[in-house]
Design a protein around this ligand. Structure first.
Ligand SMILES: *Cc1c(COP(=O)(O)O)cnc(C)c1O
Length: 356
């Protein structure tokens, strides 16, 4: 991963130096900090080359989503998943309350139902895979259908990572990531990104970032780029760990159901083969009661009971503790585990003692 480095010259730094300045001497290419900074630009160059488009980064994943959603003309119809990242749903709901948007929710794993909802839509929002139940939409078919209907298609691929799936290659107009998660990878910053191969759209999103002031800081951008450079090795370990834990959890008497991209019984197993380069480091599972799920989260000692995902440390939480998540149909006794890069036997020993 060589992209996003300063020009090679004797004595030049190998990494983009962090410049902490909000303003710049007049007459140069940099003018004011809200337009962006060199660390952000270096991160965008690297991620854009990976995604196959132009990347615009934001001060959080939600800021990236907001730049897109709040830029839609009033009266736009949006097709969105009936179950996905719940803050995203709240963002859309607030737009409806303001009289700005109309929503059509669909099961995005159901291709026919999703295509049928596209008539007159301005935007199709997909998650690949969905959070936290890991449903996988048929992206090439849905992106083509959206284009045919004149709707923009956007894929939140946070859980897949840019190494698991590059939605632009499958026909999507935009890909969004919460860079807070796998891309940065160390649970030490909050950032988001949108990437697109459409230069005109990229220009508009860049302007929205400047107008809304949602530019990431230089230090966060530096760390996000540093994280991106080790994504492949972190992910390799997390995926290997998750595969072992998913199998052992499925065999555990306290666990009634496992959601994991690598399981033969995954309802979209055929799409996973075609669309995902790995099975990811995230899995969810159901216990027989909410009390048991809460007990598990309270008893883990190596794994951390905390929200978020994609860090080097394993995180666990019962997603149903959020009312918005329950309202979307997430089972109350479902626990989501973001698998880190610890030793897999240490992770299993921790889960086993906490489940006992
Ligand atoms: C965390 C997350 C977001 C929101 O990103 P932030 O960086 O927390 O604002 C959006 N989508 C998914 C799938 C996420 O996991």
């Amino acid at each position: 991963m060589a992209a996003g480095r300063p020009e090679r010259a004797p004595g030049a730094p190998v990494n983009q130096p962090i410049v902490l300045s909000s303003t710049f001497h007049a007459g140069g290419s940099r003018c004011y900090g809200r337009e962006g900074n060199d660390s952000t630009a270096a991160f965008e160059t690297a991620l854009g080359s990976l995604e196959g488009g132009r990347t615009i980064s934001f001060s959080s994943g939600m800021a990236a989503s907001s730049a897109l959603v709040e830029g839609l003309p009033a009266g736009s119809v949006v097709v969105l998943p009936s179950s996905f990242y719940n803050f995203q749903r709240t963002l859309f709901d607030r737009q409806v309350e303001l009289g700005r948007l109309a929503l059509r929710t669909v099961d995005i794993a159901d291709t026919e139902a999703t295509v049928a909802a596209l008539d007159g839509a301005a935007l199709l929002w997909l998650e690949l895979p969905s959070n936290p139940t890991l449903a996988v939409p048929d992206l090439p078919v849905l992106a083509a259908a959206a284009r045919q209907h004149g709707a923009l298609s956007v894929v939140d691929a946070t859980l897949a990572t840019p190494l698991g799936n590059r939605p632009l290659e499958h026909g999507a107009d935009l890909v969004m990531h919460s860079a807070t998660k796998w891309i940065a990878g160390h649970s030490d910053l909050v950032m988001g990104v949108l990437s697109t191969a459409d230069d005109e759209l990229a220009g508009r999103l860049h302007e929205r970032r400047e107008l809304t002031g949602a530019v990431p800081g230089a230090l966060d951008s530096y760390l996000a780029l540093r994280g991106l450079r080790t994504l492949s090795v972190r992910l390799e370990r997390a995926c290997a760990n998750a595969a072992v834990l998913a199998d052992r959890l499925a065999d555990h008497p306290a666990v009634s159901k496992v959601y994991y991209l690598g399981r033969d019984d995954h309802p979209q197993a055929d799409r996973i083969v075609k669309l995902l380069a790995n099975h990811g480091g995230l899995l969810s599972f159901e216990l027989n009661s909410v009390e048991h799920a809460d007990q598990l989260c309270a008893r883990v000692e190596l794994i951390t009971h905390a929200t978020s995902l994609g860090g080097v440390e394993s995180l666990i939480e019962r997603r149903g503790r959020y009312p918005g998540e329950l309202a979307q149909g997430t089972p109350a006794e479902l626990v989501r585990l973001s698998v880190g890069i610890e030793h897999v036997e240490d992770l299993w020993a921790d889960l086993a003692q906490a489940l006992a």
